[in-house]
Design a protein around this ligand. Structure first.
Ligand SMILES: [Zn+2]
Length: 162
């Protein structure tokens, strides 16, 4: 038996009491079924949010490189990119994670990058060049952006070709 606070007079009463012995107010309790349902819905909500947040897409592996592609991109496009990244030695046998997404007509090549990598003066120009190369060689001239992301694939910096 536990002690709870009366909602009316805020004095401590037994959790099994139906009426507060101090003020006579009715003690309302959340039933087990209701409590169970509340917990159940909270768990579902957390799972949905987690899924949304960490849904990187479908995974393909190329030479130990992980390539996730979202539902806005076809498997063929993802495979073409993966093969190209192996040819270019981007997927060089070390573990790397990239994600391919498409927003409107723009392909987003999202990659995990170390924090502060943009401070290296050669990184941004070479990324811009890489955008153009991806556009020409993989995406039939469509616009490509590179997103430098943290390890959770959350965009930190967007590199556009211009
Ligand atoms: Zn009371």
């Amino acid at each position: 038996m536990a002690l709870i606070k009366c909602k009316e007079c805020e004095k401590q009463i037994s959790s099994s009491a139906k009426i507060c012995p101090h003020c006579g107010a009715k003690v309302k309790k959340i039933g087990y079924l209701r409590r169970f349902l509340i917990i159940f819905f909270v768990i579902i909500l957390v799972l949905i949010t987690y899924e949304e947040f960490f849904n990187y897409g479908t995974e393909l592996t190329f030479n130990k490189g992980q390539l996730f592609y979202t539902s806005s991109v076809s498997k063929e496009e993802a495979k073409k990119l993966g093969k190209y990244l192996v040819e270019q030695d981007f997927f060089d046998g070390n573990e790397k994670t990239v994600q391919l997404n498409k927003a409107g007509n723009t392909y987003q090549f999202r990659m995990v990058a170390k924090k502060g990598v943009e401070k290296d003066p050669v990184i941004i120009p070479s990324m811009k060049q890489f955008c153009r190369e991806l556009s020409w060689n993989v995406f039939d001239g469509a616009r490509v952006e590179i997103h430098l992301c943290n390890s959770l694939l959350i965009t930190k910096i967007v590199v556009i070709p211009e």
